[in-house]
Structure formats: C-alpha cells, structure tokens
Design a protein around this ligand. Sequence first.
Ligand SMILES: [Zn+2]
Length: 116
Amino acid sequence: MEFRQCEACRQPFRPRPRNPDQCFCSAAACQRERRRRWQAAKRQSDPDYRENQKRAQKAWAERHPDYWRTYRDQHPEYVARNRARQRERAPAPTGVAKMDAWMVEITVISAGCASP
Ligand SMILES: [Zn+2]
C-alpha cells in the first residue's frame, strides 16, 4: 500500500487497509484535527446539527456552572489572550463582543400633552 501525506501533520503515513480513503494519520492530535474539521463543516452545513450542539452545550454548562470560572482561575494566560482578542474585535462593526446590540433611533412625539 502506498504512502500518503497526512492533511494535519504533513507526515507520510500508510492508509489503513479498511479505510483506503484515509487522509489523516492515526496520531491522536491528527485524529482530533480531523474530527474538528468535520464538526466545523457539519455546523456550517447542517442547521439541525448546529442547533442540537448548541442545546447540548447549554445543558452541559447548566450542569457545570463553575467550569468556566474555575478554568479562567487556573489559566490566566487564556484570560489575557481572550481580553486582548476581545479588544481587537471590539471596534469592528461585526465584532462578537455585542452581537445582540441594536441601533435604535428614538423620535419624540408630543401630541396632546397637557403639561408644557
Ligand atoms: Zn498526522
């Protein structure tokens, strides 16, 4: 069987006989990358999958309310990196910091008002 180049680590590998179309070597990191790419494509193309993932993650987060607080306490470099990235994203009109922000124009209409 011929050698192939892994799409993640670029190292040559021999595809498994039962999976002749194999594009990633069997290293754990490369299999994680394969899974990550598959999930990203699935989220893009399948609204049901995207919705289901969102629900599952929300349910998990509700069962583990302290997870992110603990993670941030134990990973100060993550907090610093995230703050820096949020600052970069903030001025962009499509930044993720305030995806639900609305631009509202308020017009005052005073008709039939008794007091001046
Ligand atoms: Zn690899």
